[in-house]
Write a protein that binds this ligand. Structure first.
Ligand SMILES: [Zn+2]
Ligand SMILES: [Zn+2]
Length: 99
């Protein structure tokens, strides 16, 4: 093309100034679609632990089992940070935990 813009039929380089922006929009759309696909694929994996009492599916961030009410996590009596049931000592302050 005529990069000095002297082409008389109107199809100068200036007519394509929007192409980079258009490409960017397409790229963003592709990213959104990929993000949605990844979220769909990850959905079955939200359950990543089982309740020790009823074996129900729970998430590792749950404090109590939603199926039977079993306490899944406790607070350390010494430092009040979250500890998991079954731990014999607090990993944060090394205090012994009641079973
Ligand atoms: Zn349970
Ligand atoms: Zn502690």
């Amino acid at each position: 093309m005529y990069w000095d813009g002297s082409c008389a039929n109107g199809a100068t380089w200036f007519s394509y100034w929007w192409l980079p922006g258009f490409g960017l929009v397409l790229l963003l759309l592709a990213l959104v679609v990929i993000g949605l696909l990844v979220r769909q694929l990850r959905r079955p994996r939200v359950v990543d632990a089982t309740c020790p009492k009823c074996s129900g599916a729970v998430r590792s961030v749950y404090f109590r089992c939603p199926h039977c009410g079993e306490t899944l996590k406790n607070n350390c009596p010494a430092c009040s940070r979250v500890v998991e049931s079954g731990w014999v000592c607090c990993p944060h302050c090394t205090a012994a935990l009641a079973k």
